[in-house]
Design a protein around this ligand. Structure first.
Ligand code: AMP
Length: 395
C-alpha cells in the first residue's frame, strides 16, 4: 500500500522541475498581493492572483478552490495521469498552526496537497456546538496561501487545492441526521467509536468515519494526514482504512502546542485568558502520569494517581477562589488505554505501550471582571479540551 521511497523522491523531483521554479516564486510580486479568488466557468476557483495554467513552462502558483465533487475528481485524474501524488488534510477550518503542520508534512511527502474545509454536522450531537463552531474562511485561505508560498520557496509539494463542499454535496440525501440512532448512511465502529470521546459524544465517531470515508472516496489520496491531538480519531481512521481496504497510507503528525504545553485547538478562541491559564491542567496531569511510566511504573493505579490528584487539587484551588477570579472545570476522563483498541488497561504491556488521554470541560465564567479578556463568546461558551500522550513501548 505504501508508495516506495524512490517513488516519493521521483515525485518530489517532478515537483522541483515542473511545478515550482524557484526563481519565479522568489521574485514574483504576485505573492505579495492579498489572495484574490477568481471564478472560472469550469467549476474551479483559484486562490491566487494568477489563474492556473496547464502548460509546464507557464505553471503559476495557485491553490484551486473546489466546492463540487465532479471538477475535483477531474482535477485528481489529471494529477494521477501526471504521476503526481496527493496528500489529503481533512479539516473543519478555523485553521491554526496545528493544521498547518499537517499540511507541511503532507507537502514534504507528496507533490500536491488537498486541504478540505468542511464543518461536518453529523459529528456534532444535537446539543453540541455546531452553530457556534468558528468559521474563518477568509483567514483560512490567507493562511493556506501564505503557506503555499513558503512551500514553493523550499521546493516542497504545494497546496494545490482546497475542497470546501456544502452539506448538500456531502450528504446528497438530506438532511443528515445527528440523532441516536440516526437515519442515513453511516460508517460505525463498535466498540471503538463508543469509548472515551465516543462515550461523551455518542455520534461523534460515526460522523467522523462517515465524512472521512466520503472525503477519501472523492479525493482518492495516496496519503491522509491526521493530528495526534485527536488520538482516538487517528485510531478510528486507521481502522477505517484497514477494514474497508482503502488504498492510502495514514500519517499521524505530532500535536502542535503553545509554549506551556496547551494543545492548539480551533476551540481555544473561546477560552479567554482566565480559562486558558487553568486549562493547562489537563496537559500537566497527563505529563505527571507520563513521568510515572518513564520512571518504570506499569500499573494503572501507579501511572494515573498523580494525574487525578493534580486535577483534583487544581479544581479545589479554583473552587476556593472568588467567582470573579476562578475558572471551574469538570474532568470528563483521564484514561490509560490500549493503543489499538482504546480499551482501558490495568497494566501497560511494554511491547505495546499505551495511550494516556484526557478531556476536561471548562465551564462558563461565572463573573467577569471589568475589562477582562474573555475570548470569543464572552466566556459563556463551555469549552471541551482534549489532550493525550503516547507511552511508547519500552522494549
Ligand atoms: P479539526 O479541524 O479540528 O477537525 O482538525 C483537523 C485536523 O487537524 C485533525 O487531524 C486534527 O487532529 C488536526 N489538529 C488539530 N489540532 C492540532 C494540533 N494542535 N496539532 C496537530 N494537529 C492538530
Amino acid at each position: 500500500m505504501a508508495r516506495s521511497f524512490s517513488a516519493t523522491i521521483s515525485a518530489m523531483a517532478h515537483v522541483r522541475h515542473f511545478r515550482v521554479p524557484a526563481r519565479w516564486h522568489s521574485t514574483s510580486t504576485n505573492f505579495l498581493r492579498r489572495p484574490t479568488i477568481f471564478a472560472l466557468n469550469n467549476g474551479r476557483r483559484y486562490l491566487s492572483a494568477t489563474p492556473a495554467l496547464p502548460s509546464p513552462s507557464s505553471f503559476a502558483p495557485q491553490t484551486q478552490i473546489f466546492h463540487d465533487v465532479a471538477p475535483l475528481r477531474e482535477y485528481r485524474r489529471e494529477l494521477l495521469f501526471s504521476k503526481r501524488t496527493v496528500g489529503l488534510v481533512p479539516t473543519m477550518g478555523a485553521l491554526h498552526e496545528g493544521h498547518l503542520s499537517l499540511v507541511r508534512q503532507a507537502a514534504a511527502e507528496n507533490t500536491d496537497v488537498i486541504v478540505t474545509i468542511y464543518v461536518n454536522p453529523t459529528q456534532f450531537g444535537l446539543n453540541e456546538d455546531l452553530s457556534s463552531y468558528p468559521k474563518t474562511w477568509e483567514s483560512d485561505l490567507r493562511m493556506l496561501n501564505a503557506l503555499d508560498r513558503e512551500l514553493a520557496s523550499v521546493g516542497a509539494g504545494r497546496v494545490s487545492a482546497v475542497f470546501a463542499p456544502n452539506t448538500k454535496t456531502m450528504y446528497p440525501i438530506l438532511p443528515p441526521d445527528s440523532a441516536i440512532p440516526g437515519v442515513g448512511t453511516f460508517v460505525e465502529m463498535r466498540p471503538l467509536g463508543q469509548l472515551l470521546e465516543g462515550a461523551s459524544r455518542p455520534v461523534f465517531f460515526r460522523g467522523v468515519a462517515t465524512v472521512c470515508m466520503k472525503l477519501f472516496n472523492i479525493c482518492a489520496p495516496e496519503r491522509v494526514y491526521f493530528g495526534q491531538k485527536d488520538i482516538q480519531q487517528t485510531v478510528v481512521i486507521k481502522r477505517l482504512v484497514k477494514d474497508f481496504h482503502l488504498h492510502m497510507d495514514v500519517r499521524i503528525c505530532p500535536t502542535a502546542r503553545e509554549p506551556d504545553g496547551l494543545a492548539l485547538s480551533s476551540r481555544n478562541v473561546y477560552l479567554g485568558t482566565r480559562r486558558r491559564n487553568v486549562g493547562i491542567v489537563l496537559n500537566q496531569a497527563l505529563r505527571k502520569a507520563e513521568s510515572q511510566y518513564k520512571s518504570g511504573k506499569r500499573s494503572r493505579g501507579d501511572i494515573l494517581w498523580p494525574a487525578n490528584d493534580h486535577a483534583d487539587m487544581t479544581l479545589q484551588e479554583q473552587e476556593c477562589l472568588d467567582p470573579s477570579k476562578r475558572a471551574r472545570f469538570q474532568v470528563d476522563y483521564i484514561s490509560l488505554a490500549d493503543p489499538e483498541t482504546m480499551e482501558e488497561i490495568d497494566e501497560v504491556d511494554e511491547t505495546r505501550g499505551a495511550i494516556l488521554s484526557g478531556a476536561v470541560k471548562m465551564l462558563p465564567i461565572e463573573q467577569a471582571r471589568e475589562g477582562e479578556e474573555l475570548g470569543v463568546g464572552d466566556g459563556l461558551i463551555p469549552v471541551r479540551l482534549i489532550d493525550n500522550i503516547i507511552l511508547d513501548p519500552a522494549s
